[in-house]
Design a protein around this ligand. Structure first.
Ligand code: ADP
Ligand code: MG
Length: 153
C-alpha cells in the first residue's frame, strides 16, 4: 500500500490538489473521500473535475445521491453515500460506476462499505483549523501498485 501525506492551507490549495490528482486517474478508478462535514471533500472533487476538463461546476450531490459529469476526458461519477445507507439493494447498480469507464468519487463511503471494491484510493481529509487541512492518500490493491501519486503531492 502506498501512502502520501500533505497539507493544504486554503480551499484553493485543496482544489489545486484535486486538479493535479486528475493527471493520474484512469477509467475505473474509485476514490473514497473520508472526513467530516465541511472538511473539503466536495472542494477536492471540484478540482478533480476541473483537471478532467469538466466545465460544469461541481455541486454537492447530497440530494441527488449521484451526479454524473460527461463532458471531460472521462466520465466523473460523484456520489454522496450518506443517504444511501437505507436504500441498500442491488438495484442501485454500484458496479456500473465502480467498474465502468469513468472515475467514481464517493463522499461518506463508510455508508456503503460492503459495496466498495477492494482496490481503491482513499483520501482522508482532516480539519486542522479554519483553513488548514491534513490530507492522507492511500492506494489499496494491485491496480494502483504502479501508479505514482507521489509526483503530485
Ligand atoms: P465537504 O464536502 O467535506 O462537506 P466542502 O468542500 O463542501 O466540504 O466545504 C469545505 C469548506 O471549507 C468550504 O467552505 C471551504 O471554503 C472551506 N475551506 C477552508 N479551508 C479549506 C481547505 N484547506 N481545503 C478545503 N476547504 C477549505
Ligand atoms: Mg460534500
Amino acid at each position: 500500500m502506498q501512502e502520501y501525506s500533505l497539507q493544504t492551507h486554503s480551499y484553493q490549495d485543496t482544489e489545486t490538489f484535486g486538479q493535479n490528482f486528475a493527471k493520474l486517474v484512469k477509467p475505473g478508478d474509485v476514490i473514497l473521500l473520508n472526513g467530516d462535514l465541511g472538511v473539503g471533500k466536495t472542494t477536492f472533487t471540484r478540482g478533480l473535475a476541473r483537471g478532467l476538463g469538466i466545465s460544469k461546476n461541481v455541486k454537492s450531490p447530497t440530494f441527488t445521491l449521484i451526479r454524473e459529469y460527461q463532458d471531460g476526458k472521462m466520465p466523473l461519477y460523484h456520489m454522496d453515500a450518506y443517504r444511501l445507507e437505507n436504500n441498500m439493494d442491488e438495484d442501485l447498480g454500484f458496479d456500473e460506476y465502480f467498474h465502468g469507464s469513468g472515475v467514481t468519487v464517493v463522499e461518506w463511503p463508510q455508508f456503503i462499505k460492503d459495496e466498495v471494491p477492494e482496490d481503491h484510493i482513499s483520501v482522508n481529509i482532516k480539519r486542522h483549523n479554519e483553513d488548514d487541512r491534513d490530507i492522507v492518500v492511500k492506494l489499496y490493491g494491485k491496480k494502483y501498485e504502479t501508479r505514482d501519486f507521489g509526483a503530485i503531492v
